[in-house]
Design a protein around this ligand. Structure first.
Ligand code: IPM
Ligand code: MG
Length: 367
């Protein structure tokens, strides 16, 4: 018997639980084919707040640390808008990322041929598009100190966040980008705002230094993040791997998702550094949010979550064949014109979340 793979399922809020259902079926299927997945489940985000009085309970965090992989749905919703910042649903996500030290966030933007027309760009700009955005996830303005809202005592208040990066934080995420590039198109574009920010200047200098020392075989370019936002629309296929900081990565990956047709298509993997025993923390989640407006209506697109699970097969479970088979299943379902509302062509009746999940499972079984 090979060692069991422990997966902690955290469906979260809004559409999170719905898009996670198909994953449970996929896990059952892979187990029937000899995989050794063991799952447990807990609540986070608003659901965590409702149960534990905080969006990420210590017991949940401990389970996440012990698991091989965390599968996360989505967090947040208007119900918790007034909750104290530290206990808000989003705080759970940030704490998971920080506590598990998931510094490398991989967000692939891939255009499936069948979805060419769902893209907001003309077909010739996006056909065959395959970009990997590597977003730094544990530093920068999301976590920098000082931060807060301060009373200036004169009727004015001051909101403060701090953008900060160190050499080692930059090197470790850039290294992930260079390594990935070697297995793909061998190009890295590093994005920052070094023209106005010292942290950006340091970012550029350190990426350049690491490249010169260890990755001369990879083609490296630099771009200011605003220019990168423009090139993503003008000539997206000129990119292979993009490496950038936490905030710019957040924005550029939402933008890139539109090239693929829908926010509902973009998966992500968040990876830590392997420890002495080779165990590498990992969390997989769709990049979309909890979409409270359509929650509970069986309308959400589960493909981003399914593709996130495919990434788990590849990056955490060393199951590249199964990953490829699952991605092929997604592709064949799209080719068969089975679509949720967000990617349905005009005149095509959309299917629901669970029907979409079942269609992918059926295609997987059919091979
Ligand atoms: C993302 C999301 C999160 C982020 C939010 C929900 C905190 O937008 O994963 O891209 O800003 O990182
Ligand atoms: Mg985002």
């Amino acid at each position: 018997m090979s060692k069991a793979h422990n997966i902690l399922i955290l469906p979260g809020d809004g559409i999170g639980p719905e898009v996670m259902e198909p994953i449970k079926k996929l896990i059952t299927y892979f187990n029937s084919k000899g995989a050794t997945f063991e799952t447990s489940e807990d609540v986070v985000g608003g659901a965590g707040y409702d149960k534990y009085g905080t969006s990420l309970d210590d017991s949940t965090l401990a389970k996440a640390k012990a698991a091989d992989v965390v599968m996360l749905g989505a967090v947040g919703g208007p119900k918790w808008d007034k909750v104290d910042y530290a206990k808000r649903p989003e705080a759970a996500l940030l704490k998971l990322r920080k506590e598990l030290d998931l510094f490398a966030n991989l967000r692939p933007a891939i255009v499936f041929d069948a979805l060419i027309d769902a893209s907001s760009l003309k077909p010739e700009y996006v056909r065959g598009l395959d970009i990997m955005i590597v977003r730094e996830l544990c530093g920068g303005v999301y976590f920098g100190e000082p931060r807060g809202i301060f009373d200036l005592g004169n009727g004015q208040r001051k909101g403060v966040n701090t953008q900060v990066y160190t050499t080692s934080e930059i090197h470790r995420v850039a290294r992930v980008a260079f390594e990935l590039a070697r297995k793909r198109g061998n190009k890295v574009c590093s994005c920052e705002k070094g023209n106005v920010m010292e942290s950006g200047r340091l970012w550029r200098e350190e990426v350049t230094a690491l490249h010169a020392a260890e990755y001369k075989d990879v083609e490296l370019s630099h771009m200011y993040a605003d220019a990168a936002a423009m090139v993503l629309l003008r000539n997206p296929k000129s990119f292979d791997v993009i490496v950038t900081d936490n905030l710019f990565g957040d924005i550029l990956s939402d933008e890139a998702s539109m090239l693929t047709g829908s926010l509902g298509m973009l998966p992500s993997a968040s990876l830590g550094a392997p420890d002495a025993n080779g165990k590498q923390s990992a969390m997989y989640e769709p990049i979309h949010g909890s979409a409270p407006d359509i929650a509970g209506q069986d309308k959400a697109n589960p493909l981003a979550t399914i593709l996130s699970f495919a990434m788990a097969l590849k990056y955490s479970f060393n199951m590249p064949k199964e990953c490829a088979a699952l991605e092929r299943a997604v592709s064949s379902v799209l080719e068969a014109n089975i679509r949720t509302g967000d990617i349905a062509a005009a005149g095509v009746k959309p299917v629901g979340t669970q029907a979409m999940g079942d269609a992918v499972l059926k295609a997987l079984i059919a091979g």
